[in-house]
Design a protein. Structure first.
Length: 339
């Protein structure tokens, strides 16, 4: 099987953490998982490349490495907004024209904008730099409060850590939720955060340990097939509904309903990938009541139908009947825009 080639385009001084976001997801060998990616780095000028933390890293490949990339990552750009060399922008445009996926982490969005790849599109960057990006590139629709924006061929992430969220999201799109969950688990990270989740949550004061939502989230994830209303979650947590909603906003940057829907869609993806259960049964097991409701919610969240998703990522194939994918659309996942 041909591996997907991921190439990171570096620039001095390079942030090691922003590079590591992509390297850890795409470049780490995990013996328990099949290797789907090859990872390499390149720079405009190969050789010793200074970093933001005082040491140099050796980069052996030049811009010609982008000619072979299936995904190009721009992991930050320092100082933010500094004009990229014309040959760098030309190389990014050429890679995009031939079908490579171009993604940025944090301030790398400025380079994608300079290359014209974000014109007329939504994009994001670190929340401290969204105003600068919007002012410098008025043709870009800057989303100031999301983790990442994915258009399929071009994607941008917010600051540093959100780059990991974007990379894991792309692995989910390439190889399914179960595979991406195992990658996240090996990194000791939550398996998935939606791109529309807030970049950061404002907290008026540090949370006490008894304010953590972790026990409730763990319980709810284990009982997705139940009727998990806001009132029931609040009762389980020993809180009023209003207080629970506030804590979700503070700690997760989302509402209880949106968080719960995300977990149900995640659970449905795994069941579609790993079982031949009929779609109606999958819907019941994840708490979405009916196949009709699952199809509607799934298409909105994932951009395709459960049947088409199973055709692409399913390890266990259904044997006709209600579990089949017939009549649910094509087997390719369309362009994604997580906003």
């Amino acid at each position: 099987m041909n591996r997907h080639r991921v190439t990171a385009l570096l620039n001095p001084p390079q942030s090691p953490f922003e590079l590591a976001c992509a390297a850890e997801v795409f470049g780490t060998v995990r013996p328990q998982l099949p290797a789907h990616y090859d990872f390499r780095v390149c720079a405009d000028h190969p050789g010793p490349l200074p970093t933001t933390v005082g040491y140099a890293m050796l980069v052996e490949d030049g811009l010609d490495a982008l000619d072979e990339a299936d995904t190009v990552v721009v992991p930050g750009w320092q100082p933010p907004g500094t004009p990229a060399p014309a040959r760098v922008l030309a190389a990014l445009r050429a890679a995009h024209r031939r079908g490579a996926r171009i993604i940025s982490i944090c301030t790398g969005a400025f380079v994608l904008a300079q290359a014209g790849l974000l014109d007329g599109r939504a994009a994001t960057t670190h929340w401290r730099r969204t105003g600068q990006l919007a002012a410098a590139f008025p043709e870009v629709r800057v989303e100031a409060d999301v983790l990442y924006v994915d258009h399929g061929d071009v994607a941008t992430s917010a600051g540093i850590g959100a780059g990991i969220d974007l990379c894991l999201h792309l692995v989910r799109s390439d190889h399914g939720a179960a595979y991406a969950t195992e990658v996240a688990r090996s990194m000791v990270l939550p398996p998935h955060r939606e791109g529309s989740q807030l970049q950061y949550a404002v907290r008026p004061a540090p949370a006490r340990t008894d304010e953590s939502l972790a026990p409730l989230l763990e319980w709810a994830t284990a009982h997705l097939d139940g009727r998990l209303t806001l009132d029931r979650l609040a009762e389980r947590a020993g809180l009023s509904s209003r207080t629970l909603a506030r804590r979700f906003a503070e700690q997760l940057g989302t509402s209880p309903g949106q968080w719960l829907l995300g977990r149900r869609i995640d659970a449905a993806r795994v069941l579609l990938e790993q079982t031949d259960l009929p779609v109606e049964t999958v819907a019941t097991r994840v708490g979405l009541a009916s196949a009709v409701n699952l199809r509607r919610r799934f298409r909105t969240a994932v951009g395709t139908t459960p049947g088409a998703y199973r055709q692409i990522f399913g390890g266990a194939q259904p044997e006709g009947g209600a579990g089949g994918a017939g009549g649910e659309g094509s087997s390719s996942i369309p362009e994604r825009a997580i906003r």
